[in-house]
Design a protein around this ligand. Structure first.
Ligand SMILES: [Zn+2]
Length: 287
């Protein structure tokens, strides 16, 4: 079901999409089939570029929101054990850092803006170095790891003309329907970047889910929610996914999992599955 709320966000009921399931042998065939495309794929492309004297990005299209649903209890218990064994700062009981509404992020004319750059993220000439810093930093924020009591955080990654990549502060503003305790969460994607320096090029959006074992939802991957050519998402175990939707192209979208310092192709989103964002195989399957 598609609905539009009072602030103009497009949101979709999260509960009922089918999960594709494949035999194990099919996974390898999928990876083989798309391997050539991945090798040929430009790594970091963008469709949104600001002019030399523009300081604020403010897109005309309605902003999408990214949503998550809590994973099943058994898997949560398993991954909580893993997270505790791995050591975790910002866990339940440790007060998180509160960002300031109106200073770090806010809403203006129905759109979300975020301040940039985020001081705790060290800039780099390699965008993946910036990506690797996001989960620990977001994990220290208020309720970022609090599960059903938690918050999602949404931010942007961008470059400057000197070739460095940066992250914005994230925003926790979500859809009103998900503001209370519950198993559905959302954050509204920022579309306005407050960066004093000129020549900003938005590269990607990023967002967190407040549970362990909570990868991209189908909604996160659906074509009407894509804004830039890269989307980053991570859960409370710092498992990081990247989606390259290849929007408008007759080729599958690609979901990568961060493994060490590399991206491993995990799933594809077939062209015919792009509208609903259904990955093959499911992101819950460990390959
Ligand atoms: Zn999400």
């Amino acid at each position: 079901m598609v609905a539009t709320n009072a602030s103009g966000d497009t949101t979709i009921d999260v509960a009922t999409l089918p999960d594709p399931s494949l035999a194990p042998g099919q996974h390898r065939r999928i990876r083989d089939a798309v391997a050539g495309q991945v090798r040929d794929s430009p790594r970091h492309r963008t469709r949104t570029t600001l002019g030399p004297d523009a300081r604020v990005l403010d897109e005309a299209r309605p902003e999408p929101a990214v949503e998550a649903r809590a994973p099943g209890k058994d898997r949560v218990r398993h991954l909580l054990t893993f997270a505790l064994a791995a050591g975790c700062s910002g866990c339940a009981g440790v007060p998180g850092v509160k960002l300031q509404s109106g200073v770090d992020f806010g809403e203006e004319r129905g759109r979300i803006w975020v301040r940039a750059s985020w001081e705790v993220i060290k800039p780099s000439t390699d965008i993946d170095d910036v990506v690797d810093q996001l989960c620990p930093a977001v994990g220290r924020l208020d309720r970022a790891r609090a599960g059903d009591d938690g918050l999602e955080y949404c931010g942007l990654l961008y470059s400057l003309p000197d070739g460095t990549y940066h992250a914005s502060v994230p925003s926790s503003l979500g859809l009103r329907a998900h503001s209370d305790r519950g198993r559905h969460k959302s954050c509204r994607l920022p579309t306005s970047l407050r960066e004093a320096r000129a020549g900003v090029t938005i590269k990607a959006d990023y967002h967190s889910h407040p549970w362990p074992d909570a990868p991209f939802t189908d909604r996160d991957l659906s074509s009407d929610r894509q804004r830039w050519s890269i989307r980053i998402q991570f859960d409370t175990t710092c498992r990081i996914f990247k989606y390259e939707p290849h929007s408008g192209e007759p080729r599958p979208g690609e979901v990568f999992l961060r493994v060490g310092k590399s991206w491993r192709l995990h799933s594809i989103v077939r062209v015919e599955d792009k509208p609903l964002g259904i990955p093959t195989p499911s992101l819950q399957e460990v390959l």
